[in-house]
Design a protein around this ligand. Structure first.
Ligand code: HEM
Length: 453
């Protein structure tokens, strides 16, 4: 038998490894790795050995075929993340995760999530009522606020109206340290009593107080309010056990965090792409005109809005909010003829794979039509994985797709979003793939004929 090879890769600096280069521009770093070293690349962040995988078949092996050999990567065990979402679905592993996933899954059943369609459209219309023709605004900021309102409402229904501002403010403070990871500042703030550390823990405590109050009140009333929290509260495992208050709190916080910024980003990038692609925008308008004819969309319209869905899918291809999916190997394994040892951090860069010319014609072009059944079905399965895959596939995928399509359809019937003169849109990869200084757009109201009645 031939011994598996050790893959090549950038060495970086003596102590920090490739951390400085990665922090400077993680997308350029990953693209360079793929270009110079091929499909399996070995490198190092400080003392952690890291492997980057750039082939869809390798992604499939890690996320699906061999998934039991992997747990979430080291950054998921950082004290900040543990304090914030504890052992929620995103961060937990093994049997504990499996049980939580079983309990949470029914809350995301399609029948249940389609009921949230009305909330999504109603909140979008409320936002549009404040938009003015000729006004310039930051689409990213607007969509963040919108998806935040939607997730709070779908999680808690009416429970938090009074505390909405406090929740949003605390979440802002809690999100701040995640703007940059893998820096010495991040490591220090996580472990030492710095000002950033204290601010973070104060905001977490404020949010905990609100969440535990809501959980206690709901337990006492036993009422099903039709929201995600009701489903989580009612969930029972086969042995009849339910989630503890602590588990509920961790899951609620996880859904809060995982459930709004990603969708806001998918929509922000979709609007950025549409603003520069008149042809795609015209096709989108034509579909909306035929299917909706100016009326408000509902969840039931989803199957009849394929172009709208392709726009979202294509935006998620070019700008996947979760631009890299990571794991830690539990045991040694072999991939593409290379040996990867236990304990290695394994990263699968969605952003690079989804732009690979081996799988996509003219990969940097925005072409919603490539998601037509006959072309899409020719792609290797894991050449596209904006929601991850295997048992840990995003639990909110259907929720997010519905939210993105309904918001897009509602806005597009009323406004065109033009690029704001003089504003340059740049990518800033942090915890997710954000725009550096927002996406400023000029609003152009569409003729009444296209608007909802
Ligand atoms: C466009 C929007 C979204 C994108 C791109 C996205 C992306 C992802 C990805 C890539 C993963 C897998 C991470 C991994 O394997 O390490 C994931 C997991 C997860 N997502 Fe999403 N997500 C989105 C929306 C949502 C929404 C709306 C919710 C909830 C309301 C949500 C909740 C979760 C949860 C709880 C997990 C962990 C699931 C588990 O491990 O069992 N996501 N998401």
């Amino acid at each position: 038998m031939v011994a598996a090879l050790v893959p090549g890769g950038p060495k970086g600096k003596l102590i920090t490894g490739v951390m400085p280069e990665f922090n400077r521009d993680s997308l350029a770093f990953m693209e360079r790795c793929a270009r110079e070293f091929g499909d399996v690349v070995r490198t190092r962040f400080l003392y952690l050995s890291a492997y980057f995988l750039f082939h869809p078949d390798h992604v499939e092996q890690v996320l699906v075929t061999n998934n039991r050999n992997f747990i979430k990567p080291r950054p998921f065990r950082a004290p900040f993340l543990q304090r914030l979402i504890g052992k929620g679905l995103l961060t937990s592993d093994g049997e504990f995760w499996r049980r939580q996933r079983r309990l949470a899954q029914p809350a995301f059943h399609r029948d249940r999530t389609s009921a949230y369609g009305e909330t999504m459209v109603a909140y979008t219309e409320r936002m549009l009522a404040s938009w003015r023709d000729g006004e310039t605004l930051d689409a990213h900021e607007e969509l963040m606020r919108l998806t935040q309102d939607i997730v709070v409402r779908t999680l808690f229904n009416a429970d938090v109206s009074a505390e909405q501002n406090e929740i949003v403010e605390s979440l802002g403070v809690l999100a701040r340290p995640f703007e940059s990871q893998a820096t010495l500042r991040w490591i220090a703030d996580n472990r030492l009593p710095t000002a950033g550390h204290r601010r973070f823990h104060r905001a977490a405590a404020r949010l905990d107080k609100i969440l535990y109050r809501i959980i206690a009140e709901r337990r006492a009333s036993g009422e099903d309010r039709g929201d995600l929290l009701s489903m989580l509260l009612a969930a029972r495992d086969e042995d009849g056990t339910r989630m503890t208050d602590r588990q509920l709190r961790d899951e609620v916080m996880t859904l809060f965090l995982a459930g709004h910024e990603t969708t806001a980003l998918a929509l922000t990038w979709a609007w950025h792409l549409l603003a520069w692609n008149a042809e795609a925008e015209t096709k989108l308008h034509a579909e909306l005109e035929t299917v909706l004819g100016g009326r408000t969309p509902t969840a039931g319209d989803m199957p009849r809005l394929p172009y709208c869905e392709w726009v979202v899918k294509e935006s998620l291809r070019l700008y996947p909010p979760a631009y890299v999916v990571g794991r830690e190997a539990v045991g040694d394994f072999e991939i593409g003829g290379y040996r990867v040892p236990a304990g290695a951090q394994v990263f699968m860069p969605t952003y690079v794979i989804q732009r690979d010319p081996r799988f996509y014609d003219e990969p940097s072009e925005f072409r919603p039509e490539r998601w037509r059944e006959e072309t899409a079905s020719r792609l290797p399965r894991y050449a596209y994985f904006p929601f991850g895959g295997g048992p840990r596939l995003c639990i909110g995928q259907a929720f997010a797709m519905m939210e993105a399509v309904l918001i897009l359809a509602t806005i597009a019937q009323k406004f065109r979003l033009r690029p704001a003169p003089g504003h340059r849109v740049e990518i800033r990869p942090a915890l997710s793939l954000r725009p550096r200084d927002g996406v400023r757009v000029l609003l152009e109201k569409r003729a009444e004929r296209h608007q909802s009645v």
